[in-house]
Ligand binder design. Sequence first.
Ligand SMILES: C[S@@+](CC[C@H](N)C(=O)[O-])C[C@H]1O[C@@H](n2cnc3c(N)ncnc32)[C@H](O)[C@@H]1O
Length: 395
Amino acid sequence: MTERNSFRSEATEFNRWVKDWLFKPEHKVGTEVLEQAVDIHLISLYKELNFHELLEQHSDPKTLAAALNYSDSAWIALNAMLKRLSDRHDFIACIDDTQECKRYRPIREPVDKSDELAAHYKTMEQLGAEYVAPLEFLEFGRTHFTQALGLDHEFMDRVLTGQEKEHNETWNRATNTDPLQDIHGIMGAKAVEMLFEGGTILEVGGGTGNGMRNNLDYLRDGGKSDSLERYVFTDVSMPFILNTRREFKGRYDDINCDWRLLNINKDWAAQRIEADSTDLIYGVNAAHIAMHTVDFLKECKRALRPGGTIVFSERLRRHPSDMAPREIVLNLSSYHRTAAIRHPEYRPEHAYLTADNWLRAFELAEYTLCEVWPDKQSNDSYFTDQYAAVIVGRV
Ligand SMILES: C[S@@+](CC[C@H](N)C(=O)[O-])C[C@H]1O[C@@H](n2cnc3c(N)ncnc32)[C@H](O)[C@@H]1O
């Protein structure tokens, strides 16, 4: 394993690759369309649920959720929704944002803009057939909003762990077909290809296989698959493991793959992940799932050999209280809302972290190196809100 105290030359190469090769005008246009489309859905819900009147009596999301008979943590989804709307529109104002549960004042009834959705679908179709997948995913959230926050409050947890067969294709399209999501897997794979020096790769939260597919394709194309001794694909969901294994049959038969259950919130040793057994730990939008970020990073450290590497491809928030468009769905999962144990320095809100949150968490877990790729500048010129990035670390 190469000794190093910085990834400087790799970071420079990665920044250049992102700008010259990965980011395409379609990503920028697609992202902008998605940002507008989610607001259209949120405004429709706001009107349908009569929030303009309800907020006059219940100005904070906790009492609002109680008035709607929603589940205990549903206020977190309402809070994210109202914060997003008040940041981006003037029909509602945030009047106190000193607490995680903020307070809001309705100003006037918003105008429903649902009839603009057709034009957004058209724009996406012109970018490529697969660009409609993220729009469909938003609609899925809009359709199940009331059900999932109210009576059936475990519904979205089941969908996101493959236990709602009927909706598996929706999640598969949202994680694999959606090109705006696929760039997360591509970025992670490129970083692995640059940093992997042979041995075993362990993937956490592998789910529907976006990470593994991109990863193995990149290692192959980069001529590095011969140095891959073992690929350990893990997830907490047996249906996902079995489906992904079936999906990849015949495609990576030359790779020594191990398919394993791993709950990243539980003791890894008790789940047969030995200390000093892994050379690289990889995850695509999986690391933020950990309940206790620093403990999770310490478990990773224990499993890694000396000099071992972490590559986590993650959606990053620019500000802790930003709501990503796809959170119109994800916020309907009580796990997504509540699992993260909050910490002011690295976990101020639920689910996704900021770049600085990750850097601090790696520091507290005592890694020797942690960087966020690409640099902020490369992302800023492309994505104005939350964005895809890779957190790379070394023990
Ligand atoms: C956002 S998905 C990402 C899936 C995949 N990496 C991708 O990018 O398509 C998060 C994944 O984490 C898994 N997951 C949820 N809780 C987990 C846990 N406690 N331990 C391990 N994996 C978990 C889910 O089953 C899901 O596959």
